[in-house]
Write a protein that binds this ligand. Structure first.
Ligand SMILES: C[S@@+](CC[C@H](N)C(=O)[O-])C[C@H]1O[C@@H](n2cnc3c(N)ncnc32)[C@H](O)[C@@H]1O
Length: 297
């Protein structure tokens, strides 16, 4: 990522979500070989149809939708298995009992979420992403994967635990609105993976971790919860670690303590940026912190 230029254009414009031809993908279950049109079959999205500038300005008003408070958030669109839709008359027994517990802030193309969802099928996890087309890509990726999973025979080895019903993404400016989505102490994990480095001094206020924002993240993270940071930019790693170390509500976790931790391993290796860094044989810097108990408790 450190080699990226700032006005590099990544991906643009939302692409098609459904397949209306017989084009195949690894997610399109085999048909009978005829030329029938698979109307309504979702296909794994292709990034080239979702091009967008590499950086969104986090200080402009993007006309984002967000609830006034977490209690006003309707999660049924994101997790229909777990939340009752307003039009639904009879909730199932497992609905409305769970809350989102993990947030991937600046989730990009969703690699972490897709890796963790089947590993922790009972945990609801959410990606927050400011770029519209990138959010659309992840939305389509989840929808296609869910549909594919639902069509697999029950004894299929491709069938994943939870069938990705526990994962979703939302378009949001986490720097401004994280507290609108999550109540105090709701999250047990929050990830900041390969965040934009904003190298120039005058741009550092746009970094996703700043002293002011740490208060917001501490608010939504429950005591004992873990904040993960991974980056390939040493300066940014030092900046994030410095501010987190200086914050009274974050306690550094020695890296040895997390050795072999499957979640940290996924955080280091399963995102699209993490994979890119690996391909380029770049370094990765990790800093994880435990949310301290509230002083008044
Ligand atoms: C360099 S990318 C890393 C994406 C992903 N974490 C990965 O490792 O592949 C940083 C992402 O954070 C998103 N982002 C930056 N500021 C944000 C904000 N305030 N709220 C939500 N997303 C943000 C960007 O749009 C971008 O997709």
């Amino acid at each position: 990522m450190s080699k990226r230029t700032h006005d590099q254009v990544e991906e643009m414009e939302a692409g098609p979500s459904t397949v209306t031809s017989t084009s195949t993908s690894s997610l399109t279950p085999a048909t009978n070989g005829s030329n029938d049109v698979n109307i309504g079959l979702l296909q794994l999205p292709q990034k080239r149809f979702y091009r967008q500038r590499a950086h969104a300005n986090v200080f402009v008003d993007h006309e984002l939708d967000y609830p006034k408070s977490p209690s006003e958030m309707d999660w049924s669109y994101h997790y229909p298995k777990y939340f009752t839709h307003p039009d639904q008359t009879e909730p199932s027994s497992i609905q409305n009992e769970k809350k989102v517990e993990w947030a991937d802030v600046g989730c990009g193309f969703g690699g972490l979420l897709m890796a963790l969802a089947p590993m922790f099928p009972d945990t609801l996890m959410l990606g927050m992403e400011i770029r519209m087309s990138v959010t659309k890509y992840v939305t389509d990726r989840i929808a296609a994967t869910r549909q594919y999973q639902s069509m697999l025979p029950s004894n299929s080895t491709e069938r994943e635990n939870g069938e990705y019903q526990n994962v979703s993404v939302i378009r949001a400016n986490a720097m401004k609105h994280i507290g609108n989505f999550f109540e105090k102490g709701q999250l047990s994990k929050i990830f900041f993976l390969f965040p934009d480095p904003h190298f120039k001094n005058r741009k550092q206020k746009a970094r996703i971790i700043t002293p002011g924002l740490l208060a917001e993240y501490a608010y939504v993270l429950k005591p004992g919860g873990i904040l993960y940071t991974v980056t390939d930019v040493k300066d940014l790693h030092e900046w994030m670690a410095l501010h987190l170390n200086n914050h009274p509500l974050f306690i550094p976790i020695p890296n040895e303590e997390l050795t072999g931790d499957a979640i940290l391993e996924a955080a280091r290796t399963s995102t699209e940026e993490g994979k890119k860094v690996e391909r380029n044989k770049g370094d990765k810097w990790v800093a994880c912190f435990r949310r301290a108990e509230n002083p008044e408790d």
